[in-house]
Design a protein around this ligand. Structure first.
Ligand SMILES: Cc1ncc(COP(=O)(O)O)c(C=O)c1O
Length: 437
């Protein structure tokens, strides 16, 4: 099926007595077993089915199947937030104090997880320039258990050369985990380009309405986890599994089962069924939204690229962007709703933000409503100066997440705010020479 059709139908066909057209909300913590024998088999993971909603729920399961279909993956596990999806996907691969190679251009919350919480667990991270495949190769250590990157980075929209990076990783039996939040599967399908696992903050473009939080881990089911010395958590017998291995029991679904039956089960960041239903409703309109947003992004860039007060726009559609060529082949439909606007001077940041009347100052992306944020003091505020510089961010950079309003209204809002901020700065400077060219 095409993605447009999967977005509406994957994972659900009306059934049962009432045949509801929409995926029903199964708001139940527990499930009745027909017999004790059935309960024994399901708890021992020898028989598929729902036991308790921390590890699986019928509404959540529809969402998992839908996102897996959109990404071209084999299995998916939903989580309470995108942050939980990132954490669980990697905890399942590191299984203790191991090493990860990660892009230096990541969402700030992921950097916090890596440099603080993961560091406390003894997980070491080497950050590398996403655009330089040789840097990924050079950073590999004997206990590297994952590469982690964003398909389209937040907020500078660097497009990852996934085929090149995946080739390096696979030479060393390392799985590639890709955060596909910003691009969404409508713009790029990392699993088709060599990635092994995709994670999402479904809070963003998948839901699209900003009313719920959620995350998803999608597994291709193709990575070779059969080396028990390297991947004991998957290929070696576990006491927890009656001295069998996940691989023996679940074959290509072993990694997804590890995420679900160990990490979701033990740590508990489970997606609420009502949130799953909300995300499912959002996904239905994802293809239409993605097309609208792409048109608006293009119009805004065309009108703002040379506008006074703007030093640069960071977006792969512009020839000066480092990912311009790569984006033509890997993301021909666009890179999603985000673009980064670098103002001519940090002193313009507050007046420009505060002068916006339609666009909201808020830390979300992929919402119906257009939002602006200042990464250096908001989403990426805990990064050091060096980390900000490595991510290509400075104190003049604004992130815009384009929503579904008319692009003419958005443009009018941005230009009136820029005009006012520039005029005020010139007036304050008085006779002093001020040039933001
Ligand atoms: C690229 C990316 N990944 C992960 C996350 C974390 O998602 P959540 O806020 O749903 O926990 C975010 C949040 O902004 C994000 O932008």
């Amino acid at each position: 099926m095409s993605q447009e059709t999967d977005a509406v139908h994957a994972g659900y066909r009306p059934s049962g007595d009432f045949r509801p057209m929409l995926p029903p909300l199964h708001n139940s913590a527990a499930y009745q077993f027909a017999s004790h024998a059935e309960a024994v088999e399901k708890f021992a993971l020898r028989q598929a089915g729902f036991t308790y909603s921390r590890t699986g729920n019928p509404t959540v399961s529809i969402l998992e199947q839908r996102v897996a279909a959109l990404e071209g993956g084999a299995h998916a596990v939903a989580t309470a937030t995108g942050q939980a999806a990132v954490a669980l996907s990697l905890l399942a691969l590191t299984q203790g104090p191991k090493h990860i190679v990660a892009s230096s251009s990541l969402y700030g919350g992921t950097v916090d997880l890596f440099t603080d919480t993961f560091a406390d667990f003894g997980i070491r991270i080497s950050f590398v320039d996403q655009a330089d495949p040789s840097a990924w190769a050079a950073a590999i250590e004997s206990d590297t258990r994952a590469f982690f990157l964003e398909s389209v980075s937040n907020p500078l929209c660097t497009v990852a050369d996934l085929p090149a990076i995946a080739a390096i990783a696979h030479e060393h039996n390392i799985p590639v985990v890709v955060d596909n939040t910003l691009a969404t599967p409508l713009n790029i399908r990392p699993l088709e380009l060599g990635a092994d696992i995709v994670v999402h903050s479904a809070t963003k473009g998948l839901a699209g309405h900003g009313s719920v939080l959620g995350g998803v881990v999608v597994d291709s089911g193709k990575f070779d986890f059969s080396d028990a010395a390297r991947w004991p958590q998957i290929a070696a017998p576990r006491v927890r599994l009656n001295n069998t291995s996940l691989l023996e029991r679940h074959g290509p679904a072993a990694y997804a089962m590890l995420v679900r039956s160990k990490f979701l089960h033990d740590l508990g960041p489970t997606l609420a069924p009502a949130s799953a239903q909300g995300i499912l409703a959002g996904i239905e309109t994802l293809p239409v939204r993605a097309a609208h947003v792409q048109r608006s992004v293009t119009r805004l860039i065309d009108a703002l690229a040379e506008y006074p007060g703007i030093a640069a726009i960071h977006h792969p559609s512009l020839p000066c962007h480092p990912s311009h060529e790569l984006a033509r082949t890997l993301t021909p439909k666009g890179t999603g709703c985000v673009l980064a606007i670098e103002l001519a001077h940090p002193s313009l940041v507050s007046p420009v933000i505060d002068g916006l009347k339609l666009i909201s100052l808020a830390a979300n992306v992929g919402d119906t409503r257009t939002m602006v944020s200042h990464p250096a003091t908001m989403t990426h505020c805990r990064l050091s100066e060096q980390q900000l510089a490595a991510a290509g961010l400075n104190t003049s950079t604004l992130r815009l997440s384009v929503g579904l309003e008319d692009s003419a209204d958005l443009l009018a809002d941005i230009t009136q705010s820029l005009d006012l901020a520039l005029a005020a700065t010139q007036a304050t400077a008085g006779t002093k020479e001020v040039s933001f060219a």
